[in-house]
Ligand binder design. Structure first.
Ligand code: PMP
Length: 393
């Protein structure tokens, strides 16, 4: 029956992780993953999360189904975290299975109601954007994004490409901490982009998987809040996987900013219909934990402080690695560590050097040259810098 089924090629990042796990060298360092590790090289259990879990454990919690749209307190807090206090009456928000679930439910909703639209993602982007939108039946194209020379955004090329799109096409935008490059638009560029989106009648779908990992919670949501302020209809997929370090509980949200309250009600119904057809209703545990933290003043302050410390650790690692690389190879161009932000940077190292890093030095990067700085400990900075300089010279 299943003879015609073709083998799944696997995910290159997950395959590399298996190879890393099997590598017997004790000094190996894995910078290929997409998770934040603390300086002890573990996924942290945030204190605010642990405290909320303890509180929940003290109270009686049977396990009923959640509504299709998810836990009401979680939805309200999730909307406020992304949009601030503005426009609450016209934003439809549902709880989803992580940021991935938000993208998938959003994609299904869009395919049902904008069947002719095409979807445009940045070149490069998180691989699964193509998987999810393609899987929902969309034709997916790319717009120029990364400028290898400046390590920043190829903004003019990006704008010209978007200007040439037909009205109603969907543009996926990373709100902050672009994956995989770490190169983000500045506020002035977001303002310009908003005008083009408005003029051309494009439909932006923001992906915000790293809120709080760039400049701060509100700062990282600048683009979304600015577009919403201009009344541009938009979708947002938000994720708590990274900023609550709650990966496996699958916590995210999908938001649709509508014209008014009536339109919001209709859209909200269709989002629930898309949920019903996928998995009926979301899981409860992680949503209860997050709602408990965000609703409680003290736990929330604790979470914000812990998130701030994670952000600082990533910035510190960037500057330590930059200093060591510059000292060891004065002519080298390592500016990407300074201008890019979030968990990732694009090293620009060619594939042969990436392979040498892995085979000779036990330092694992994915072959695109993306490095996860959030997985590097302070003790790992010196050996990584040494290995990079050796493969480059
Ligand atoms: N979007 C981007 C850009 C991501 O990097 C990720 C996670 N790697 C996601 C969405 C998905 O997040 P989640 O794990 O919450 O599904």
């Amino acid at each position: 029956m299943f003879q015609h089924v073709e083998a799944f090629a696997g995910d290159p990042i997950l395959t590399l992780n298996e190879q890393f796990a099997a590598d017997p060298r004790p000094a190996k360092i894995n910078l290929s993953i997409g998770v934040y590790l603390n300086d002890e090289q573990r996924i942290p259990l945030m204190g605010a999360v642990a405290a909320a879990e303890e509180r929940l454990a003290q109270s009686f919690h049977p396990h009923p189904y959640l509504p299709m749209a998810g836990l009401p307190a979680y939805r309200a807090q999730s909307r406020a975290l992304v949009f601030g206090d503005a426009h609450a009456e016209r934003i439809a928000t549902i709880q989803t299975l992580g940021g991935s679930g938000a993208l998938k439910v959003g994609a299904d909703f869009l395919k049902a109601w904008f069947p002719q639209a095409r979807v445009w993602v940045s070149d490069p982007t998180w691989d699964n954007h193509k998987g999810i939108f393609g899987g929902a039946g969309f034709e997916v194209g790319t717009y120029p994004y990364y400028d290898r020379a400046t390590h920043g955004v190829a903004f003019d090329a990006m704008l010209s490409a978007l200007r040439a799109l037909p009205a109603g096409d969907i543009v996926v935008l990373h709100a902050c901490c672009h994956n995989p490059t770490g190169a983000d638009l500045n506020q002035q560029q977001w303002r310009e982009l908003a005008l083009v989106v408005q003029e051309r009648g494009l439909l932006p779908f923001f992906d915000i998987a790293y809120q709080g990992f760039g400049d701060g919670i509100a700062e990282d949501a600048f683009a979304i809040r600015h577009f919403a302020q201009l009344n541009i209809p938009l979708l947002v997929a938000s994720s708590y996987s990274k900023n609550f370090a709650i990966y496996g509980e699958r916590c995210g949200a999908l938001h649709v900013s509508c014209k008014d309250a009536a339109e919001m009600q209709t859209v909200s119904g269709q989002l629930q219909s898309a949920v019903r057809k996928n998995y009926s209703s979301p899981p409860a545990y992680g949503a209860r934990v997050i709602a408990t933290v965000l609703e409680d003043q003290q736990l929330r302050a604790q979470w914000e402080a812990e998130l701030g410390a994670m952000r600082q650790r990533m910035k510190q690692i960037r500057s330590e690695l930059l200093a060591q690389l510059q000292a060891q190879l004065p002519g080298g161009d390592f500016d990407y560590l300074r201008v890019q932000q979030g968990m990732f940077s694009f090293t620009g190292l060619p594939v042969e050097q990436i392979r040498k890093l892995r085979d000779v030095h036990g330092v694992y990067l994915i072959e695109s040259g993306r490095v996860c700085l959030a997985a590097l400990s302070s003790a790992g900075v010196a050996p990584v810098a040494r290995a990079m300089v050796q493969v480059m010279t």
